[in-house]
Structure formats: structure tokens, C-alpha cells
Design a protein around this ligand. Sequence first.
Ligand code: ZN
Ligand code: ZN
Length: 176
Amino acid sequence: MRACPVCGIELTRTKYEGFPVWECAKCCGRLAARSRVKAIERTRRKGREELVREAVGEKGADTTHELRCPKCHGPMRREPLHRYLDVRVDVCRSCDVIWFDGGELALLQLAYEATPGALRDAEFRERIETMSPERRARFEDNLRRLEAGPSDLGDAFAAGVVEGVLCAHHRRHRPR
Ligand SMILES: [Zn+2]
Ligand SMILES: [Zn+2]
């Protein structure tokens, strides 16, 4: 059996966005092979609203103590999840797996959505159509500057896009 490194209960083998993961029914934490994470990040079967709901609403707490790998039981290392996000995940280098606390995979997908490459995607442009005229004008202005300007502006803009979701995620997961 593979046990949840946070709760200790048995993990269930399931799929996330079509990719195999081990999931904890209690804390919504998920174990994924590192090789799958890039693909999960770019997959868009879930809508943005569903991802936001997951990122904010899933019950898991952002773990702060050292976790043991569910596969080899060795210590896991804390690593940053994404350069735009103040979130760390637990990694086992020997098994090449990553433990995501509840909501963190959704956060990763949302962060990818805010990168310049994804912003140019037709699918994303479609969503812009539904924005209010003022918001859309501001957004398109930002996008033009992003495409023309230096990458640090792009980073700042992308960070701004995910900031709202991240704040809500942190409010939910790290109550003061
Ligand atoms: Zn758990
Ligand atoms: Zn391991």
C-alpha cells in the first residue's frame, strides 16, 4: 500500500486531467511522476472556474514539516513549484515523484495559463471575449506591452494574473 505522507491513509490510484496519479481522499494531496507534470500543466480539460475552485477550496493544508516519500519512504525535498508562485512541493529525487498538497496542481495549471505563451493561445483569447470592455482594453494593453517589452514586465504581469487566486489559496490553506 502507498500511504498519504500527510494523513497516513491509503492513497487511491486515479487520474488527474487524464494522467495517472495517487490521490488522498482526505487531504486531496496527489503524488505524480515528475515526467507527467509538464503535460498536466498544459492540459485544459478542466475549466478555469473549476481550477480556481480546486486551488482555493481543496481541503489540504500546505505542509511545513518534512514528508516521507510514499514509494521509498525516504525524505522528500521541498522545492519551489513555479517561479510565479510562493508555493513549495515535496520531491523525491530517487523515485522522481512530486507530492502536491490539495489544490497545488490546479494552482500550477493556473500559473501556466498566465505565461506569455499560453496568453497567445486561441483558447485563452476566446475567454477574453467574455470580459467587460474596460477590463478587456486593459488586458489587451498589458498583453501588447508584454509581447513587445522585456521579460521582467512579462513576469510581473503574469504574477499579477495569478496573484488573486494565490491569495485566496493562501487564505484558505494558511489560516492565521
Ligand atoms: Zn492525505
Ligand atoms: Zn521515493
